[in-house]
Design a protein around this ligand. Structure first.
Ligand code: NAD
Length: 476
């Protein structure tokens, strides 16, 4: 049991204004494994004030000085890699191998990418006779979800600090423990007081207070589209910048000349990543009608090969869902799929065999899904894949784009030129061709109701910078 009774404000661990706590559950054992304070609006205000006081000195520090801190941060995170991975396993239920590689590995890799990128970043630009300077925007309110809790915190905090901003982080209720390890790391590297602050708490209380606070200059938010809209409303009252990374319903478009086996097996794995609790999960597989039956059989076989169970056991592909409520939500979608006439080819609403404790859901595949069905339209956030047939390329592209979301997509074809052409016609922030790896320096984000922010690399850095044009300063 990990009990944290402090919040991290102004470079020190201090008591919250009220002593109420949030319990953290291990979704595999259903045991309470930790407690963190329920931060209040007053705690958020204290943290924002500390960040505001720290901003002038931090924003004027040389880039080399900021790099030095971030380099130490990377080293501390790397030294605690196993601890970070096990903490995320405990609070999220992600399988240990995946947690080591992605949940803990990615934040370290992202930090490293900024160490490599920052020295070459041009903070000053000449336009005609003017000088354009890119300056840190100010105090950042970072609000993060639970599915990749450490990665999402680091993908905001590291570029914000690199830009010269100061930060208040409000982690998700369900998985705040890894953010405590991040705060410990910030303390260990001797970051100046107030540059990084951590206040956990409820979205409706601490989250709203942070989004609405007049002294916060930018809210960087990752989470559901619904919450993103609310944050936009709150932030608009002080006309602050809002950077949003929201939900998705991503299409995996398999063209007729694709390697069907590779496309389907990789596609299933992507749909079930982190038990399907991944914003970019390819949850709609679009298959040419002529290859449909073959693809459905292959997808079902692949799904059945995904071992569900104890996230700490090697070989587990799917751990539990985050909570009983999330499991109920996902089972509701499975019931709705059946009621609307989709064909269940594997999985379903019963608990996986032998797993009576933990919020487990069977890897589930639906065939004969029509584009207007609920399971084809709404983000399920569980291991549920819908397979839809199409007749020609134009129809497939129309189906892929026929959604309020626009986060990610995949295209499979042996003709790379054709794949590129299709990729350009897809409304999505990123498209992976033939399962290509994502480059950590390329921008990550969405369009339409998946949000408009960008994270990672220099595009991620720019979200925390504002431009100032200085005219008449001559050539320097
Ligand atoms: P959520 O929107 O419920 O919560 C996200 C964060 O917002 C939490 O910290 C929560 O406390 C806070 N919050 C909730 N209500 C708030 C309010 N009224 N004001 C301010 N803050 C508030 O989302 P979740 O359930 O934690 O995460 C799942 C969602 O996140 C999914 O929709 C998923 O697609 C999305 N997501 C998007 C990305 C991306 O990069 N686009 C990445 C991961 C997850």
């Amino acid at each position: 049991m990990k009990t944290y009774d402090s919040i991290y404000v102004d470079g020190r661990w201090r008591s919250p204004r009220e002593s109420a706590f949030l319990e953290v559950e291990n979704p595999a054992t259903e045991q309470v494994i930790g407690k963190v304070p329920l931060g209040t609006a007053g705690d958020v205000a204290d943290a924002v004030n500390a960040a505001r006081r720290a901003f002038p000195a931090w924003s004027r520090a040389e880039v080399d000085e900021r790099l030095e801190y971030l380099s130490r941060l990377r080293d501390v995170l790397a030294a605690r890699h196993e601890d970070l991975a096990r903490t995320v396993v405990a609070e999220v239920g992600a399988p240990i191998g995946f947690a080591r590689k992605v949940q803990a590995g990615l934040p370290i890799a992202v930090t490293t990418s900024y160490l490599e990128m920052l020295p070459a970043f041009e903070f000053t630009e000449r336009i005609g006779s003017s000088t354009v300077v890119k300056e840190p925007i100010g105090v950042v309110g970072a609000i993060t979800p639970w599915n990749y809790p450490l990665h999402q915190a680091v993908a905001k905090v590291v570029p914000a600090l690199a830009a010269g901003c100061t930060v208040v982080l409000k982690p998700a209720e369900a998985a705040p423990l890894s953010s405590y390890l991040l705060a410990e790391a910030m303390h260990d590297i001797g970051l100046p007081p107030g540059v990084f602050n951590l206040v956990p708490g409820l979205g409706a209380v601490a989250g709203e207070a942070l989004a609405a606070h007049p002294d916060v200059d930018v809210v960087s938010f990752t989470g559901s589209t619904r919450t993103g809209r609310r944050i936009g409303e709150l932030a608009s009252r002080t006309a602050k910048r809002v950077v949003t990374e929201l939900g998705g319903k991503s299409a995996n478009l398999i063209l007729p000349d694709a390697d069907l086996h590779q496309a389907v097996t990789t596609g299933v794995a992507y749909a079930f990543l982190n038990s399907g609790q991944t914003c970019t999960a390819w949850t709609r597989m679009l298959v040419p009608a002529a290859q449909y039956d073959e693809a459905v059989v292959l997808a079902a076989e692949t799904a059945e090969g995904h071992v569900v169970g104890d996230p700490l056991a090697e070989g587990t592909a799917l751990g539990p869902l985050i909570s009983a409520a999330q499991r109920q939500r996902v089972l509701g979608y499975i019931a709705e799929g059946l009621a609307e006439g989709a064909r269940l080819v594997t999985g379903g609403a019963e608990s996986p065999e032998g797993l009576h404790v933990g919020h487990y859901v069977r890897p589930t595949v639906f065939a004969d899904v029509r584009p207007d069905m609920t399971i084809a339209r709404q983000e399920i956030f569980g291991p549920v894949l819908s397979i839809l047939p199409y007749t020609d390329e134009d129809e497939a592209i129309h189906m892929a784009n026929d959604t309020i979301y626009g986060l990610a997509a995949a295209v499979w074809s042996t003709d790379l030129e054709r794949a590129q052409t299709v990729a350009r016609r897809l409304q999505a922030g990123q498209v992976q061709i033939n399962g290509a790896e994502i480059d950590l320096c390329a921008p990550f984000g969405g369009c339409k109701q998946s949000g408009s922010g960008r994270e990672l690399g220099r595009y991620g850095l720019q979200e925390f910078l504002q431009t100032k044009a200085i005219h008449g300063a001559g050539g320097h």
